[in-house]
Design a protein around this ligand. Structure first.
Ligand SMILES: COc1ccccc1CNc1ccc(C(N)=O)cn1
Length: 253
């Protein structure tokens, strides 16, 4: 299936295609797929195995527990995915050995016209396939999953939110907490009081300037409290500095 020229094409190499296809059935990613902003296809290396048992793994050279994914079925699946669209693709291997996925790397993925996500299972993938085909290794965190599929789905979700048009006007990715480099401010909606807990007055004042100031102060304060590391590498302007100092003074009061 050749892609429509300006849509982002996402291919996933996985032995569990049905698992990965779920990410394009719901919510923001589901709507983006429906509207042709992204196209998602999964490719199963079992379909490209050499033998009638559709073997995709084998025992590790050097011994040890578990199995290793074979080169040939993965290589053929990647070639089939590449051939499905004339545009060049960036091949990303999800692995605990990868660079940590953060919003900057997500933004780079979102800018790619084509990405092929390679999902390992078992103990991992034969190094020769990685050397020959992989452009970048990414990790969603310092923990081991039973496969790269969930990591690929995380990357697909985070990147799709940044595709122009994917989010309605009601929630712009530009104000996302990590887009501003700060944590998010608190959110409230009706009822005004729930089990004796109210809503901060300023949010019902109708004074949008005051609301924006309150939200910035809360974002700065919460970042200071929960993720001071995010503030370490960041210059605050005079207004931000003053708001954070106010928050800290109130926090210590
Ligand atoms: C033993 O599993 C592997 C070993 C090597 C490569 C891939 C896998 C598949 N598992 C993964 C994949 C990604 C992440 C992550 N942190 O992004 C965690 N686990």
């Amino acid at each position: 299936m050749t892609g429509t020229p300006n849509s982002r094409r996402i291919d996933v190499i996985t032995v569990f295609p049905e698992m990965v296809e779920q990410v394009a059935r719901f919510g923001v990613v589901g709507r983006a797929a429906e509207r042709g902003l992204i196209e998602l296809s999964a490719w199963n290396p079992r379909d490209y195995a050499e033998d009638r048992h559709a073997t995709v793994d084998d025992r590790p050279y050097g011994g040890g527990p578990g199995m290793v994914m074979k080169v040939a079925p993965l290589h053929r699946a990647i070639q089939a995915a590449r051939a499905a669209d004339p545009r060049p693709a960036r091949v990303i291997h999800l692995s605990p050995q990868g660079a940590r996925l953060d919003q900057d790397r997500v933004a780079r993925l979102a800018a790619c016209e084509r990405v092929i996500y390679l999902c390992g299972r078992y103990e991992g993938i034969d190094e020769r396939l990685l050397e020959a085909e992989v452009d970048e290794e990414l990790s969603i965190g310092d923990y081991v999953l039973s496969g790269g599929e969930l990591a690929a789905m995380v990357a697909i979700d985070a990147a799709t939110r940044l595709v122009p048009g994917a989010l309605g006007h009601e929630d712009s990715a530009a104000e996302d907490s990590f887009a501003t480099g700060l944590l998010d401010h608190p959110h409230y909606t009706r009822p005004e009081v729930y089990e004796r807990r109210g809503v901060p007055e300023v949010l019902r004042s109708g004074d949008h300037g005051a609301v924006d100031t309150w939200r910035l102060k809360q974002a700065l304060g919460r970042t200071w409290l929960r993720r001071p590391d995010l503030l370490a590498g960041r210059e605050l302007d005079e207004r931000q500095r003053r708001l954070l100092d106010e928050f800290i003074a109130e926090h210590r009061a």
